[in-house]
Design a protein around this ligand. Sequence first.
Ligand code: G16
Length: 555
Amino acid sequence: MSANGPSLLRTVAVKTISTRPFEDQRPGTSGLRKKVSEFQVPHYLENFVQSIFNSLEGFRDATLVLGGDGRFHNREAIQSILKIGAANGVGRVLLGRGGILSTPAVSCLIRKYSAFGGIILSASHNPGGPEGDFGVKFNVSNGGPAPESVTEAIYAQSRNIRSYRIFDAADVDIDQLGCMHLDRMAIEVINPVADYAGLMEKLFDFDAISELFASGSFRMRYDAMHAVTGPYAHEILERRLGAPAETVVNGEPLLDFGGKSPDPNLVYAHDLVAAMSGREAPDFGAASDGDGDRNMILGRRFFVTPSDSLAVLAANARFVSGYSEGLSGVARSMPTSRAVDRVAAHLHIPHYETPTGWKYFGNLLDAGKITLCGEESFGTGSDHVREKDGLWAVLFWLNILSARRSSVEQLTRAHWREYGRHYYSRHDYEGLDKEVAERVIADLQESIAALKGQRIGTHEVTLSDDFSYLDPVDRSLTEHQGLRIVCSDEARIVYRLSGTGTEGATLRIYLERYERDPSRQDLDCQAALADLAAAARQIARIEEKTGRRRPSLIT
Ligand code: G16
């Protein structure tokens, strides 16, 4: 961390501002996400931030980490949060220069500097700009997303709030490294990349990866999607690992991500997909999302599903220095394909199935029950922080590729031959009327149990239920986490509503089919899943209830 000598800002007055509660401040899958225009309503952000402080104890004089993905409204929100933090007695804020910090970097800083928590300003992969989305996430002292008990306490505070405390002060210069004070609160503006890059150097064999780049026979393209990972990728991939300067594209964080969705999947990262499909395609392609916690992995003309990526990382962890001593266990969210379960069985380590949301991995990681975890939604991570981590996953792959000297496609196909292939896809129906979407789920909740024992084409249903999760560490129970239909041949359909959207509702249908026979592992993924997709639409009576004949997004 770099800091110049302290400079004292003028002593300023605390104001107590009267306010009224907003009824819609319940955090979703990952923090409070709304349209920018909603966050711009006077007192909206302030209410929520004060509610965070009201729900906490023991933070006076302690350290808070603060930063965001650089999207529109980031800088304004940071000024307000600094002034509210000072007025509430925070001792010190570690602030990324320019208000920039990736989500995994915040997690890393909280842990390294024993902060009581962190506030991350991001709506993740959702679009940015004045018409786009904004979000506030609170992470707790283990570096991870606040668990439900904390988010519910914040929500309860937000429903009763009558006033908030804020310093009446001039804006702080957030662009110069160094330390200053807002009354008694120290603000240290830090290099957003340094600590995170240092952690990556400890986990991975940078010499081996550098050699791979230096060999001249390996080319990579990393698309930062004009979001937060640009500065991280330039520093780590190009400066520290010696990848050629053109390796990182779209590396400058922009307020509106260049007008695109910073969502690393086959649809939104189409420029990268096109570059990886051409005749001169690089050997390895990757992209990250708005706040740097998601990743997409591509080989030359080859896509690795996030579920497969998790399984390949687990199976090859022994080649990576930071993980060579073995994995204590692995976990995946319920809708994620079960590919990693097979690796766990092979390694004789436990595997866990959690609800969607990174916060559910926190207890397992803290208790040392798992080392790696991941989700179908392009999230992969480990016990090095308590967030999913996009660049970490990219470096993990690079480390494996440098150790095994095989291509992404060779490695993945070899994995399928050994463990079988899980054909996997997610079909999203976005922008549905909320009531309609809730009715689809409610009707399924009533009817799903009766499917057990029935046939879906060639598949026989062996389990059909509404998924609930009993946390093995704190014994908390989380119910209604998705409807699943599991078949004897390991085919599976899962339905749930997204908890991260800001417009209407998004119904997600997750499809999975297992193929053990290597001669049948080469089918087109959507073709392989077509019968399940049709059955899934029919069982939920999608067209009749929503008027939609096909999904709006397939990943
Ligand atoms: C968030 C959560 C993930 C979750 C994803 C999708 O990711 O952290 O755990 O899998 O949303 O959630 P949903 O299906 O409810 O929309 P991110 O990258 O948006 O923070």
